[in-house]
Design a protein around this ligand. Structure first.
Ligand code: HEC
Ligand code: HEC
Ligand code: HEC
Length: 142
């Protein structure tokens, strides 16, 4: 069918530079909303039930780093990690016995427990919690 009139220009093209800026701000806001819920699940977990009291630095568990290498099921079903920051009553005897982190950090699947500082890397006094800073840094407008 022949076109008697040129097709209407897309809305964005008619908005001018201010419209484009507004669209970018809106897109950034949407991206933030979309990413935010994931950070609660995949953010680093600081574990400090015993560390401070025992005179070692709190443990920082990089959840995302592990999650891209293993399926959820490996840890949360097969190895029995409960879905709760600090909820697993982990200690070094259990780790050296091959439980929890020790199922992999045994010098075979991953580097072994001698590397204390790689796990005990938190700032002294940091309480047990899920730390979301990695994702926040990526999307924060500041
Ligand atoms: C693969 C990670 C990992 C490595 C490596 C590791 N730890 Fe731990 N450690 C943990 C976790 C997780 C906990 C539990 C933290 C908590 O709840 O405070 C813990 C707890 C502890 C505790 C307090 C509880 C207890 O069992 O007495 C001490 C002390 C400790 N670690 C010392 C060490 C020392 C010393 C080394 C090196 C020889 C080491 N850790 C290596 C993960 C690790
Ligand atoms: C390499 C092991 C590992 C893998 C793989 C893994 N997790 Fe975790 N997850 C953990 C550990 C360790 C904790 C913290 C437990 C603790 O502090 O005792 C945790 C904590 C959590 C929590 C609780 C966080 C909170 O708010 O308290 C959720 C939810 C969770 N994981 C979901 C997942 C999902 C979904 C996947 C797969 C996409 C996954 N995990 C993959 C080890 C793992
Ligand atoms: C299912 C296996 C598995 C479990 C369980 C596991 N890890 Fe790991 N972890 C790995 C592997 C594999 C690596 C990468 C090793 C390498 O690069 O050589 C790693 C690396 C790490 C790193 C270094 C991350 C980096 O940026 O290089 C830390 C810290 C760590 N693990 C802490 C922990 C702690 C704490 C726990 C227990 C709460 C734990 N891991 C449980 C497999 C595991």
């Amino acid at each position: 069918m022949p076109h008697d009139h040129p097709p209407p220009r897309p809305r964005a093209a008619r908005r001018g530079p201010f419209g484009l800026a507004a669209a970018l701000v809106a897109a950034a806001a949407l991206a933030f909303v979309a990413i935010e819920p994931a950070s609660a699940e995949y953010g680093d977990v600081v574990i400090n039930n015993y560390s401070d009291a025992a005179g070692v630095r709190p443990v920082v568990f990089p959840h995302w780093f592990h999650r891209v290498r293993f399926r959820c099921k490996v840890c949360h079903t097969d190895l029995g990690f409960k879905f709760q920051a600090g909820g697993n009553d982990i200690n070094m005897v259990k780790i050296i016995d091959g439980q929890f982190c020790g199922a992999c950090h045994n010098g075979t699947l991953a580097w072994s427990v001698e590397n204390c500082d790689v796990c005990h890397s938190g700032k002294p006094g940091t309480e047990t919690h899920v730390h979301e800073s990695t994702v926040r840094k990526l999307v924060s407008p500041k």
